[in-house]
Design a protein around this ligand. Structure first.
Ligand code: ACO
Length: 342
């Protein structure tokens, strides 16, 4: 008897056209192509125009239209929108509502989630649960970020600013009937998700203002200060990322009775090429098995995994029937992994 499961039926991505090379960053801050390439593996990133012509939901809508077209459904067939971002259009309402307005699908639920670099994995788990529960046939999930407008582009902010790029990646998560739901089945479906957080590290990667932990929501005196920009305890984040990402990938495999060698491709969140390489080393897999887009896009936070999936398909590295593991780590700290049969 077939079982109700969910699968990714459509995939899309969008990046703004402005490509910012490492050399271009040197006009604003004391850095170099050599430092950035050696320490992070990033060669360039896409940034949105620094004006009001583009918004996070504006990037998202293009990625969503591609995902809907690939899925072969209309926006009106979507039962729910989930929007993962740390760089929303506005403090409120949520970017999912802005996106909903642009897609012209009033009435359906529209949910923002705030799990930063782990946002796509958290979002996929929510989409999967709604579909598996029979509540929606199609859920539209997008990770979209315009981080460039929030970054400190002076030398003071160089540790963070060189890492981040803008972009959006979207998937349609659709109901599917699966005959063989075992972990070794070759049918396409989402196997499981494993989510974690540890708020005792909330202060180690944060963007405080605007926020209610300030004296007032958005104190004007903070504008020239560090609090007005994202801040990161980079070494601590690095140390936790290289521990938590392999750990949660193994947790996902163990939960399904699978081994590292069963995975055909890891499409992880990416913040630094050195983290990708350490991940491969920890699991004892060749670096080619850990799909890499960091050199072209930098860290696009919630958009990184769906952009990675789209690029892996385009490169012919992700094919039907493959077992894919997606691990992520980010601010919160949050971390998680999804396992899926493509
Ligand atoms: N250009 C030139 N020099 C720089 C730059 C830069 N862009 N950034 C830092 N430096 C300097 C520092 O000032 C320091 O100089 P000093 O020795 O004179 O003090 C030197 O380079 C070394 O700095 P470190 O911080 O030790 O450099 P490190 O090798 O640790 O790399 C980095 C820093 C790239 C930030 C690394 O720690 C990292 O990748 N951390 C993890 C990032 C991450 O995973 N983020 C998570 C996701 S983000 C999210 O969830 C929102």
């Amino acid at each position: 008897m077939p079982h109700l499961r969910s699968r990714i039926s459509g995939l899309g991505m969008c990046v703004p056209p402005w490509v910012v090379s490492n050399d271009e960053l040197t006009q604003w801050m004391d850095t170099s192509d050599e430092w950035i390439t050696q320490r992070t593996g990033i060669r360039q990133r896409h940034w949105a125009a620094q004006d009001t012509s583009t918004s996070t939901s504006g990037l998202a809508v293009d990625a969503c239209r591609d995902a809907l077209a690939q899925s072969g459904i209309a926006a009106t067939d979507v039962g729910m929108i989930i929007f993962a971002t740390l760089s929303p259009d506005a403090v409120f309402p949520g970017s999912a509502c802005f996106l909903q307005g642009k897609l012209g699908v009033p009435g359906i639920p529209a949910l923002d989630i705030r799990q930063q670099c782990t946002g796509f994995v958290y979002g996929l788990s929510i989409a999967d649960l709604y579909v598996r529960a029979g509540l929606h046939e199609h859920v539209l999930l997008v990770g979209s970020e315009i981080q460039s407008k929030a970054l400190d582009k002076s030398t003071r902010g160089r540790d963070m600013t060189v890492l981040f790029g803008d972009g959006a990646g979207a998937v349609v998560v659709s109901a599917t009937q699966v005959e063989d739901v075992s972990a070794r089945s070759k049918e396409s479906f989402l196997l499981s998700h494993h989510l974690h957080a540890d708020g005792s590290f909330a202060e180690d990667l944060l963007f405080r203002s605007p926020g209610t932990s300030n004296r007032i929501w958005n104190p004007p005196e903070l504008v020239p200060e560090r609090e007005a920009y994202p801040q990161m305890n980079g070494r601590l984040v690095f140390q936790h990322a290289v521990k938590r990402m392999p750990e949660v990938a193994l947790e996902a495999l163990e939960a399904n009775g699978l081994a590292v060698d069963d995975v055909d491709l890891f499409v992880n969140h990416q913040a630094n090429k050195r983290i990708n390489d350490k991940f491969a080393e920890s699991l004892g897999v060749s670096p080619e098995k850990v799909f890499d887009t960091i050199d072209l896009y930098g860290n696009t936070t919630a958009a990184t995994i769906p952009i990675g999936l789209a690029e892996a398909v385009k490169a012919g590295k992700l094919k039907p029937g493959m077992l894919v593991a997606c691990a992520a780590f980010g601010s919160g700290f949050t971390w998680g992994a999804s396992l899926l049969r493509w």
